[in-house]
Design a protein around this ligand. Structure first.
Ligand code: SAH
Ligand code: SF4
Length: 373
């Protein structure tokens, strides 16, 4: 099969050009055509020699994802459903705001972590996306939005990327890393490290790797102030408990482009939203001595979860308690509600190839009350 050029960062593309007997610097021109201009046809690439264009047409392609559907919300949020073959589909969401445009990208078809409150988790896991499939989400969204919004040359539709779609990005590290490099590369999207966020449920060894290889902004899905509760909400906690996770976060900060870690906390009615739990959370991050901000996410319900969203007053009271203790806290606005594009509602369509679904079904969705401290 022809090589998919979306699979390569600039180094990889240079090596590929080398394998065609071409000078490596040609890769930079090609890279710019693909990512900056959105070209998919080698014939368009007018400043490349005809002989190179012919070689590329034989040996390579720029493989888009096939669009199953596209929904535009009243608030301008756009959600795409892409077919990635073998019965799997993934979702990508664009969230426009006054001063930025954020793309929420998927990293896997499904997810093997199996968090209780997450619709992707309840679907099970099918497979890792390739670098080309991760980047195609950005490539397609950016160039389509530029055309649609009639942007002037050089203007960007997408200014921020969050790896918060379907999947656990740090469980697909080898595909994620080149994709991040392309997002940051000035010859491609040129996004600053502060504007690319990897969100993780806490794969400790891979947080270390990311710190060494490509430190970008880091968001960690916390959801509980203690191991007993987190074990139940985020099963990965049994492998990497809170103290190990927080230690990895602290080390990450030494290389991070931002001087804080964002902790995401999904507000679940009667499960993790009490004032006592807010106080425990304050103590947890204080004792660990971590510069952080909290982002409270009102739970987006889906029937199989058996959980409900914390009432608005309780979310605000929880936020206030964290604020009063000096922790910067925001409550995430729910966007794209009318098209099911909110956090944790990205279900796509996944052929489960694991036991995640069976496991979630076997254990009733009952969350033990948090240990009082
Ligand atoms: N796997 C990564 C990134 C994808 S999930 C992670 O877990 O961080 C992105 C965010 O959405 C996470 O913070 C996740 O906890 C949150 N989330 C998942 N399901 C949700 C739901 N039903 N309602 C609100 N937030 C949810
Ligand atoms: Fe996977 Fe993140 Fe959903 Fe947990 S919240 S199941 S880690 S996608």
């Amino acid at each position: 099969m022809a090589a998919n050029l979306l699979d390569f960062d600039l180094e990889g593309l240079a090596a590929f050009c080398g394998s065609l007997g071409e000078k490596r610097f040609r890769a930079t021109q090609l890279f710019r055509w693909i990512h900056q201009k959105g070209a998919s046809d080698f014939a368009q690439m007018s400043d490349l020699a005809k002989s190179l264009r012919d070689k590329l047409a034989d040996a390579a392609e720029i493989r888009p994802l096939s669009v199953v559907s596209e929904h535009v919300s009243d608030d301008g949020t756009v959600k795409w459903l892409f077919d990635v073959g073998a019965g799997d589909a993934i979702e990508t969401v664009f969230i426009p705001e006054v001063d930025r445009g954020t793309l929420c990208i998927s990293s896997q078809a499904g997810c093997a972590v199996g968090c209780r409150f997450c619709s992707t988790g309840h679907q099970g896991f099918s497979r890792n996306l390739t670098t080309g499939e991760i980047l195609a989400q950005l490539w397609q969204a950016e160039h389509q939005l530029r055309r649609r919004l009639n942007l002037a040359a050089g203007e960007r539709a997408i200014t921020n990327v969050v790896m918060m779609g379907m999947g656990e990005p740090l469980q697909n590290y080898s595909a994620l890393l080149p994709a991040l490099r392309v997002m940051l590369d000035d010859h491609a999207y040129g996004l600053s490290r502060r504007r690319v966020t990897v969100s993780s449920s806490g794969v400790v060894p891979m947080i270390e790797r990311l710190r060494e290889d490509c430190p970008v902004a880091l968001a960690v899905s916390l959801h509980a102030p203690d191991d007993a509760l987190r074990d139940q909400l985020v099963p990965l906690n049994k492998k990497y408990p809170l103290q190990e996770l927080l230690a990895a976060c602290r080390r990450y900060l030494a290389s991070a482009p931002r001087d804080f870690i964002t902790f995401e906390y999904c507000m679940l009615d009667g499960v993790n939203d009490s004032p006592t739990q807010a106080d425990a959370l304050v103590r947890l991050v204080r004792d660990a001595d971590i510069a952080c901000k909290f982002n409270l996410i009102p739970f987006n319900p889906f029937p199989a979860s058996g959980l409900t969203r914390s009432p608005r007053e309780r979310v605000l009271a929880f936020a206030q308690r964290l604020q009063d203790a000096g922790l910067v806290t925001t409550v995430r606005k729910t966007r794209g509600d009318d098209i099911d594009a909110a956090c944790g509602q990205l279900a796509g369509e996944v052929q489960d190839r694991t036991r995640v679904v069976a496991r979630l079904r076997r254990v009733p969705v009952v969350v033990q009350p948090v240990q009082r401290v």
